[in-house]
Design a protein. Structure first.
Length: 177
């Protein structure tokens, strides 16, 4: 076994990424306070070819040195937009035909592994590190998705949660291409 070199990985350029087919998924970051979590969301969005990220509320936006540390240039490839009011973003997405899924533990959440993938456009809301998806954002959700867990905490870091959920959608999206 030998690790692949950067050349062997056949990485595409930021321009090629912008022109490539994307998953019909957007991320909506709801009051994410950690700059490292924001950067990690960009990096995961790049890895799994997400269409766009919406940065809402207190979520910081690029350019920022701390976001860049984790994003490693993904802020240059992934399309993004800042909006102070998450409700405006969700209203626009809903009127554009997006299904809106909150990544949150609720009394009616569906386990990620039980979710049936649909190929329509989907907006995934990732909530604040302490409070989760806000009540005002949850009101726009068509459903809530919960990652099954068996430990004592029943919570994951925002960046870990984002990566798991995006991988789930990506693995199914790639199988229908």
């Amino acid at each position: 076994m030998k690790k692949l070199s950067l050349e062997q990985l056949n990485r595409i350029s930021a321009e090629e990424f912008r022109e490539s087919d994307k998953m019909p998924i957007v991320l909506v970051l709801d009051d994410i306070r950690s700059l490292h979590n924001i950067g990690a969301a960009f990096r995961s969005a790049d890895a799994f070819r997400i269409s766009k990220i919406y940065l809402c509320g207190i979520t910081a936006s690029p350019p920022h040195r701390e976001i860049h540390k984790t994003a490693l240039g993904a802020t240059e490839s992934v399309d993004w937009e800042y909006a102070e009011n998450i409700e405006d973003v969700l209203k626009n997405l809903k009127s554009a035909g997006y299904a809106i899924y909150g990544i949150e533990q609720t009394n009616s959440s569906i386990l990620l592994n039980d979710l049936s993938y649909e190929s329509n456009e989907i907006a995934l809301i990732i909530g604040n590190e302490v409070h989760g998806v806000s009540d005002k954002a949850l009101a726009y959700c068509d459903l809530a998705i919960e990652i099954p867990q068996a430990g004592t905490k029943h919570s994951l870091n925002v960046s870990v949660c984002t990566g798991i959920v995006l991988w789930h959608f990506f693995s199914r999206w790639k199988s229908i291409l």
